[in-house]
Design a protein around this ligand. Structure first.
Ligand code: PLP
Length: 405
């Protein structure tokens, strides 16, 4: 099992204090902290290797290009894509989904067509589809959920029809922690020839993801949620889709030849990477996935599951707790309300003790409406968290109740 003390030393920020207390960081679904390996790799890049990629013949440009393309191969291996051409670097999950909405879907969508999402999506997997749908008069259909926060997957075949152009669904819900049966969903959709986009923002940090095995058409994720830098993420797309899609943005890098009358586009994936990319970010993300691989995704998943069980057992003993999201298959995310105390008050009082949790709608307002709450408090775990972190959080929650008693 993990040597927690050793792992925590890799994350210098975990040793810092907040309001006179040692930081207890339990907001990992929002963003994760960064290990020294990633931090050093980025500063080493700027100290020794900085140049623009793909354009220069000089020594540094070749070095930077090699590092950038190495990172692409590391990401390919991390999600087991068949080719590194299927890895498009972008800003993150949000941009990856917008790319698919505006390039893949816009050209295929007509008035009366339908897009299916689920009731537990992050706004990033709702709004881009709405924008495209509204522009042509298409409609959005929603896979419902039950009171445990699980998808009612039996309803999916009934929703799919000839008018369905895409299904977009999260692998893991950021608001509830539910792990969706994504392989089953993809199989059902493919049986009706409907392509599937998976929002993998909350999955890639916590479990093995194999896009070849899943056979998904698109898989989107963010570097900063998986111990990498902000401003970098990945769109995986099957080669045949990328080949058929028009560019999302125009500019340098994405062309082979430009005249005032026409442009010949570059090969994939460069066709979708207009302008100077986030070179240091991609290289940092490449190091982050090496770090995760070294720790072992199976080990991470197991440890975080045990810690979630510990947290769930402890928090359930508190009076006034209502856990929102009690699916059978869950990752280390626990949303709750406490009596009728506002989630922001809960999080503010915990912050006094140096404990960072999230409060709000978690960019998933429809799910808040479903559970009839304005907001929840959310604890989200990482492999660097410990039972001691959980204990401190529980004591602080007891304090919150006393304050409001
Ligand atoms: N999808 C899910 C499930 C998320 O949790 C998030 C971020 O919280 C996003 C999409 C958006 O990610 P980003 O802001 O990195 O683009």
């Amino acid at each position: 099992m993990f040597e927690q003390n050793k792992i925590r030393l890799e994350f210098p920020i975990l040793g810092s204090s907040v309001n006179g207390n040692q930081l207890v960081y339990l907001d990992n679904a929002a963003t994760t902290q960064k290990p020294l390996q990633v931090i050093h790799k980025i500063s080493e890049y700027y100290e020794n290797n900085n140049a623009n990629v793909h354009r220069g013949v000089h020594f540094l440009s070749t070095k930077a290009t090699n590092l950038y393309e190495d990172a692409r191969r590391k990401l390919q291996q991390y999600i087991n894509a068949k080719s590194s051409d299927e890895i498009v670097f972008c800003r993150g999950t949000t941009e990856a989904i917008n790319l698919v909405a505006n390039s893949f879907l816009r050209t295929r969508l007509n008035s009366g067509d339908e897009i299916i999402i689920s009731a537990m999506e992050h706004h990033s997997n709702i709004v881009p589809w709405q924008i495209v749908a509204n522009s042509v008069g298409a409609t959005i259909k929603v896979i419902p959920i039950n009171k445990q926060g699980e998808l009612v997957i039996e309803d999916l075949p009934k929703l799919l029809c000839k008018k369905t152009k895409l299904v977009a669904v999260s692998h893991i819900s950021n608001a509830l922690g539910t792990i969706n049966p994504i392989k089953k969903i993809i199989d059902i959709c493919h049986a009706k020839n409907v392509p599937v986009l998976v929002d993998g923002a909350q999955a890639t940090p916590h479990q093995l993801v194999n896009v070849t095995d899943l056979d998904c058409d698109f898989y989107a994720f963010s570097g900063h949620k998986m111990y990498g830098p902000t401003g970098i993420g990945v769109l995986f797309a099957k080669k045949e889709h990328l080949e058929s899609m028009p560019p999302y943005q125009g500019g340098g890098e994405m062309i082979k030849m430009v005249s005032f009358t026409e442009t010949e586009y570059n090969d994939i994936p460069y066709k979708f990477e207009a302008g100077t990319p986030n070179i240091a970010g991609a290289i940092g993300l490449g190091t982050a996935v090496e770090f995760l691989d070294d720790l072992g995704l199976e080990q991470i998943e197991l440890y975080e599951k045990q810690l979630l069980e510990y947290l769930t057992a402890k928090i359930s003993m508190l009076a006034g707790i209502n856990i929102i999201g009690t699916a059978k298959q869950k990752t280390g995310i626990l949303s709750f309300t406490l009596d009728n105390i506002h989630a922001h008050d809960v999080a503010t009082i915990l912050d006094d003790d140096g404990i960072a949790i999230r409060a709000g709608h978690h960019c998933a307002m429809p799910i808040m409406s479903y559970f009839n709450v304005a907001a929840t408090s959310r604890i989200s775990l990482s492999f660097y968290n410990t039972e001691e972190d959980v204990d401190k959080c529980i004591s602080a929650l007891q304090k919150v109740r006393k304050i409001f008693a």
